[in-house]
Design a protein around this ligand. Structure first.
Ligand SMILES: Nc1ncnc2c1ncn2[C@@H]1O[C@H](COP(=O)(O)OP(=O)(O)O)[C@@H](O)[C@H]1O
Ligand SMILES: [Mg+2]
Length: 257
């Protein structure tokens, strides 16, 4: 319910198609403030589209989106700029500006959206870098950093404006297990220290189990499962089990059972 202050963001009966391709067919979701909600699902099921709808980058064909109790899907792009300042987002291709230093990358949203002096921006940027474990990395350029470090610079940039909510799109994809786990730890740390609400889109079940307070599985345009990590571990739903165990053979077992 949009009037419930425990709910920071809500999608109501959201539909989205691209031409003949129906991506979302009636998605309902209320995000509880301060919690981490994980959305899992096969590649191409519409997870990124869902995040873009939450951010006002894609407009649903029908349905409603509420942020802090206010209907936002009908807002104009200019009005969205104000709303979007309260969001941090870490996109899959979370590209950094190559010619900027790490600190300049992190400071970019501050330069764009605040009146802070250059010195103040640099101080805040370095503070955010320290928060993601990159103390002293400010002067380096992206080319001098590892993939995991670049991801963390992008995360420092995502929290530059002290967002209320952070959207993570496949934050651990392409990282080795150690670096993935460092990102998981950061998602948890930011939740605890900044008390942000988080949405994590992933197909990495280790990450989903570790960071999620709640997990939802998107399939064929709708959420087909919704529960705690333990609910997912213990699920008997073959669609969930197949995804959780990464075991395509379950298809065969089902077919031959
Ligand atoms: N702007 C767009 N125009 C046309 N098709 C799109 C667009 N964005 C996404 N799609 C399609 O919608 C489907 C869902 O995409 P996406 O949300 O990126 O999936 P994923 O779950 O892997 O993040 C895919 O088939 C994708 O090709
Ligand atoms: Mg995606």
């Amino acid at each position: 319910m949009s009037g419930n202050s425990q709910t920071i963001l809500e999608l109501r009966n959201v539909h989205k198609r691209f031409g003949p391709l129906i991506v979302l067919r009636g998605v309902n979701l209320a995000l509880e403030r301060g919690k981490t909600t994980v959305i899992i699902g096969e590649s191409g099921t519409g997870k990124s589209v869902l995040l873009k709808i939450m951010l006002g980058l894609i407009r649903p064909d029908s349905g409603e989106v509420y942020f802090e109790g206010r209907r936002v899907d009908t807002l104009r792009p200019r009005e969205w700029v104000e709303i979007r300042k309260q969001f941090g987002f870490l996109f899959q291709m979370g590209a950094l500006f190559d010619s900027f230093t790490a600190a300049q990358n992190v400071g970019f949203p501050l330069a764009e959206h605040t009146d802070y002096s250059d010195e103040e921006i640099e101080r805040i940027a370095n503070e955010k870098l320290a928060m993601v474990g990159l103390y002293g990395v400010g002067p380096k350029r992206p080319a001098e950093l590892s993939g995991g470090q670049r991801k963390r610079v992008a995360l420092a940039r995502a929290i530059a404006l002290n967002p209320k909510i952070i959207l993570y799109d496949e934050p651990t994809t392409g990282l080795d297990p150690l670096r993935s786990d460092a990102i998981n730890d950061l998602i948890i740390k930011l939740k605890d220290e900044l008390r942000v609400t988080s949405v994590v889109v992933t197909h990495d079940m280790t990450s989903a189990f570790k960071v999620g307070d709640r997990i939802l599985m998107l399939q064929q345009g709708q959420f087909i499962a919704d529960g705690t990590p333990d609910d997912f571990r213990n699920s008997t739903d073959p669609r969930v089990r197949r995804f959780v165990t990464g075991d395509a053979d379950l298809d065969v077992e089902q077919a031959t059972a």
